[in-house]
Design a protein around this ligand. Structure first.
Ligand code: SAM
Length: 237
């Protein structure tokens, strides 16, 4: 027998949750992100805490695709916080010999034009004018990039990721070994104490895992690693 009181309470809770997280529900409904709802909730809480704690430095997303997770960061951060969104805004670059078989098999599917996108949509890497589409996706969520101090930086991280000043938060979501390594080399030395990285693909792609393990092999003392739905790395001293 269904308990009517229990189901009313559940409905009220669901409604409250939906109201408090309407941007996440909208991002998922529009199929703008590969992240799960749990991962998006964690990211939102992390970004909000960094703002509350007033950790100094810019925000970064390396790997934006259609813009879903970047829109969430943009909507959660303080309006004047600088936010750089880095991507090729086109086809993902080739992996290297440092990536495992899983990555090379995935890349073969993409290169041969056989990848499908989120929820059966066209794969983002095959779309024309991706940067323009991403900009429009931001506008659809009320985020005028100029007014919200958001800058899109198009190109390979190897060429574009030249960070000046401190970093308070970075979402590193770029799948392959070389891409993740470039991000770590540029961002980690500039990460503020109390600043955090979210590493999207540590449990998903072999190259990302190796890049993190290699980079932090001899420098774990200053960093705290927390395995949640995604790996979070905090600079603690
Ligand atoms: C998994 S997608 C990002 C997903 C997105 N954050 C979301 O919310 O679904 C990875 C992105 O990283 C980009 N990328 C990977 N390596 C790169 C590199 N070396 N330089 C620039 N962009 C890169 C890809 O083109 C792709 O757009």
């Amino acid at each position: 027998m269904i308990n009517p009181l229990k189901s009313i309470v559940a409905r009220i809770k669901r409604r409250r949750f939906n109201r408090a997280n309407s941007e996440i529900i909208g991002i998922k409904a529009k199929k703008l992100t590969y992240l799960s709802t749990d991962s998006l909730l964690e990211m939102k809480a992390t970004v909000a805490a960094i703002e509350r704690e007033k950790i100094a430095g810019m925000f970064i997303e390396a790997g934006c695709a259609l813009g879903g997770s970047a829109i969430l960061i943009g909507m959660t951060k303080n309006r004047d916080r600088r936010f750089g969104v880095y991507d090729v805004f086109g086809m993902i670059p080739e992996p290297s010999e440092k990536d495992g078989v899983d990555v090379h098999e995935r890349y073969k599917v993409i290169r041969e034009g056989k990848s499908t996108g989120i929820g059966g949509d066209e794969y983002y890497g095959y779309q024309e004018d991706l940067l323009e589409k991403v900009r429009n996706n931001f506008l659809d969520f009320g985020l005028d990039p100029e007014a919200h101090n958001i800058e899109f930086v198009k190109g390979l991280f190897q060429d574009t990721l030249k960070i000046q000043g401190n970093v308070a938060f970075a979402h590193i979501d770029c799948d392959w070994y070389e891409s993740v390594t470039v991000c770590l080399e540029q961002i980690v030395p500039r990460l503020s104490v109390g600043g955090k990285l979210i590493i999207d693909d540590y449990n998903d792609w072999s190259g990302c895992k190796s890049a993190i393990d290699d980079y932090f092999k001899e420098m774990t003392g200053n960093y705290k690693f927390t395995h949640r739905s995604k790996l979070q790395i905090e600079r603690i001293k």
